[in-house]
Design a protein around this ligand. Structure first.
Ligand SMILES: N[C@@H](CCC(=O)N[C@@H](CS)C(=O)NCC(=O)O)C(=O)O
Length: 205
């Protein structure tokens, strides 16, 4: 299998962390791809042009982080990313939806900040900042439920990648302020080898 990723993408990082936490990494070749580039080596496999994209041995190109994480659970690793069925699965999917929603919103906020200042929408910036703060406040309130007990599952991996993105590529968001439990949680997960091995480059935002 081949995983197309980019070093700055928090979505792709979640899959890369999951490959390390499940010990599936030796079965996957990680290939960095350029984004928004008509010559990108990703486009022949995935015309959408987004990372992460996991190309299966039969050539099927899986996109969308949640779908790829779900697929990794079919590969027989002892550590599952989501429970297989039942209420535990729905609860984990609810948690995953919450942190993917947070990441989607921050991605919109970040993209807006990459525009030249006169093209930025103050309304979009305000909406996404409010959304991010609202979700982060909810996470702070329920921090005990997110405690790590062994290798992280899919929701915890994605939350770690969201906060890692805020640390390195979206520093305009002072997410730690007033959220000591979330900050302590982040310090713990960020120290795992799966995270230290996939630290994104710093950006100017
Ligand atoms: N919904 C997608 C989002 C993936 C995504 O937005 N990836 C970004 C990098 S963080 C990308 O590939 N952007 C390139 C583009 O939009 O052309 C997922 O969950 O995987």
């Amino acid at each position: 299998m081949r995983l197309y990723h980019s070093a700055g993408s928090p979505f792709a990082r979640a899959v890369r962390v999951a490959l390390r936490e499940t010990a599936l990494l030796p079965r996957v070749e990680e290939l960095e791809a350029t984004l928004r580039d008509p010559a990108s080596r990703l486009l022949p496999h995935n015309p959408v042009g987004r990372v992460p994209t996991l190309v299966l041995p039969d050539g099927t190109a899986l996109t969308e982080t949640v779908l790829i994480l779900d697929h990794l659970d079919t590969l027989g690793a002892p550590h599952r990313l989501l429970p297989p069925a039942g209420p535990a699965r729905w609860r984990a999917q609810a948690a995953l939806g919450r942190v993917i929603g947070l990441l989607d919103g921050i991605a919109v906020w970040n993209r807006e900040l990459r525009r030249v200042p006169e093209e930025r929408s103050p309304a979009v910036l305000a909406l996404e900042e409010a959304r991010a703060n609202r979700v982060a406040d909810a996470l702070e309130a329920e921090a005990e439920a997110w405690a790590l007990a062994g290798p992280p599952d899919a929701p915890r991996i994605v939350l770690g990648c969201v906060l890692g993105y805020a640390e390195r590529r979206h520093r305009v968001w002072s997410w730690r302020q007033g959220r000591p439990k979330l900050a302590a949680w982040w310090e713990t997960i960020a120290a795992r080898p799966s995270f230290t091995d996939t630290v994104p480059p710093l950006s100017g935002i």
